[in-house]
Each structure stands twice: as C-alpha cells, then as structure tokens.
Design a protein around this ligand. Sequence first.
Ligand code: PLP
Length: 427
Amino acid sequence: MSAISKSHSPVYEHAQQVLPGGTFGNTGADLIIREGRGSRVWDEDGNEYVDYLIGSGPMIVGHNHPEVTAAVQAQLQLGTTFFANNRQGVELAQAIIDAVPCAEKVRYASTGSEADAFAMRLVRAYTGRDKILKFEGGYHGYSDYGLMSTTPKKPGNTVHAIPDSAGIPRNVSENMVVAPYNDTAAVESLIREHKGQIAAVFMEPFQRIIPPRPGFLEDMREITRKNDMLLVFDEVVTGFRLGYGGAQEYYGVVPDVCTLGKAIGGGFPLSAIAGRDDIMAMFDRTRSGADRFVPQVGTLSGNPIAAAAGIATLEILKRPESFKTLFATGERLKNGLAERLARSGIEGQVVGVPTLFDVVFAGGEVRNYRDTLRGDAARMAQFNTLLRERGILKGENKYYISLTLTEADIQQTLDAWDDALAAMARG
Ligand SMILES: Cc1ncc(COP(=O)(O)O)c(C=O)c1O
C-alpha cells in the first residue's frame, strides 16, 4: 500500500483549489473516500480499508446495507423532502420512544450539534436558568455554548470555560460551568457555588472513550434531582451503540432529556431531542405558554429519506443477535488490541467499551480529559498512520465497531496491530 501523505487522485488537487485547507474539515485532505460496502471502504487511489471510521459513527450496520438502501430507494420514488409531518418521521419517533428509556416525546433536527443546541435552549426555557454545567473534554457540537472546554490545550482552572474556537463571543463562557468528568465532589461544589442558576448537567454519559466510574451517573442523577436541575445525556454517539437503548440503558441511569444523532439517520442527516413529556412541552406553544415557548424548526427536520434510513437501521439493530454480535466482535478486538499492546512493551492502555474504544499511550488511570493529555499524541498519530498503511481506517481517537465486520476483517486488524506495534517498538 502506498504512503498516505498525499493522494494521487485528481480529486486531491481539485480539493486543494476549492476547499479551505483542501478539506471538508472533518479529516485530512489525504483521505478521499470513493465507495463503501459493508465493513470496507475504498479511496480514490483504489486502496481498500477495513473501516472503523464508519462515517464517524452512523454506519453501524455497515455501508450500503441492502435493507437500508431498499428503504431509501422506496422513499425516493415518493419525494425527498416536504417540510411537513410525514409517516416515516412519525414511525421513527415511535421506534425511538420504544427503545430509549427517557424518551416520551421526540423532536428532530439535522445534526447532533443542532440537537444539542436546541436541548440547551430547552432546559434553559424549562428551568428559567441560564447556566449549564458541562464536563471538560465533553463534546456537544459546534454551537457557541457547545464548543467550550472540549479540547483546551492549556487547561487552567476547569471552572472557567475556555472557547475551543475563535469567533465565539466572550460572554458565552459566563453561562457555561465546567467540571472534571467523573468527579462528583467537584460537581457538588460548583452547584453550591452557582446555587439556583444552573439549568442542567449536560453530559456525554460515556465521555469520548472514557467510561463513567461506577456510581458517577447515579450521583449526577441524584444531585440534579436534589437541586431541581435537569440531567441531559448527549447520546449522539452512544445512542444505539452502547445498547439498543443507548448509554442510559447500558448504565441503567435515566436522564430527563437526551440528544441523538448518527445511527438514527442511517447515514443521512437526522438528529433528535428526546425526553420527558413535560419538558418537551416547551416545544408546544399550547402547553408552554408564549413566554416559555421554544420555537424549533429546520428545513430538513424529520426528512423522510433520513427517517426511512433510520427506521431500517433500527430494525436491524433491534434483532437480538445484532448487539450480541457487535459486543462479541468488539470484545475480541478490544482484548486483542490490549494483549498486543501489553506484549509490545510500549506504555499504554485500551480505554472504552467493546463497541467504542481506543488506545491511550499513557500509564495510570484515565478518568477524565486531563488524564488523556498524558497520552503520547505523537505516538498515537504514528500508530494511526502505520495502521492506515496496513489497510485499517479509523478516526484520530476512536474505533467504531460495525455489525458487518467479518472474520477476515478481524484477522487483518489483529495482524496490522501486531505489525504496527512491532514497527513502533523497533523505534
Ligand atoms: C457526543 C457528540 N455530541 C454531538 C456531536 C455533534 O454531532 P454532529 O457532528 O452531527 O453535529 C458529536 C459529533 O461527533 C458528538 O460526538
């Protein structure tokens, strides 16, 4: 396989001319995917990869799954968007309510970022409070409020929210309170300090690849109840990935509201806010009253093509063997990586759950964002590059497991890990 620093495809040169930095912003300019089928993708240079990027999560049942493709093709004959209620969107809402413990009502948007931004506004409207407590390192999309202290390079005092992007007004950080993940005492102390001002604890229940320590989610549930605050789980990644009912089912802690994205659109742009009926009523002027009403519209919200793809995806995931397979495959790979890493003598550990994990090249416990900063970033980049050269495609910090991984894919991945770690150990 060729080196991957520069694609030889004319698309690469064209992208340099028409895109800032030659990219859409998601990955490096060198990665130009031509096609995906099942567990594999092909780039414009004809290189073939076992795919652990899977569109950054949505393609959990594999690329071009025949059932999803058929559902989309059937809907295409009937039209592509209406800006009105449609049968597919209503049926998908029912499937979400049936699956996700906190979901009594569902509202759609198109991306996870939008769902998170609307959910923040929703909990502010419901409680009449402006502040939101989030965790350092947690990602809640690209809105001004979402993009706070997600990847601070020089984290100072956690309590002070640091914008992750230029162009965010300075006063936005005044309404975001930032705590270290997995630290109940810090959360309690911040809530005391901002008493009566915080609308919600807004969190990834499983933050990036870091699991909650036992009891942490239960603590957040109890503390928010005691302080008349809401608990929001951002399940854009974990929804229909940690289990059919998401992280709230997997860990047995039910929030008041959650956000969903990725898997529920089956590879098309669709996201949702789902939650308790009395909170979701803020989206309904007849129940909220004019003062508390949160208008929520979007040209493509509840798009029927995306909803049809989502329904077909959830139907596949709902089959009892689906999550058994996802977890069995993931377990084998996660353990296989941990064993190989230990054998290599390189300092590091595998962090995560079977369906979503990665290596952190650092010793010691990894409980929060600051612990991940101890990880050797150069080593991580080198490992990812060596794997790409061996036909393994993944994101910077995640292996997303998909349902269509085959025995040959698993074997190729295990061999690539062996080979890449050996190359790294040699220096
Ligand atoms: C936890 C979490 N929330 C929100 C988002 C934003 O979703 P989107 O990229 O669809 O806007 C992401 C994206 O990866 C995410 O990981």
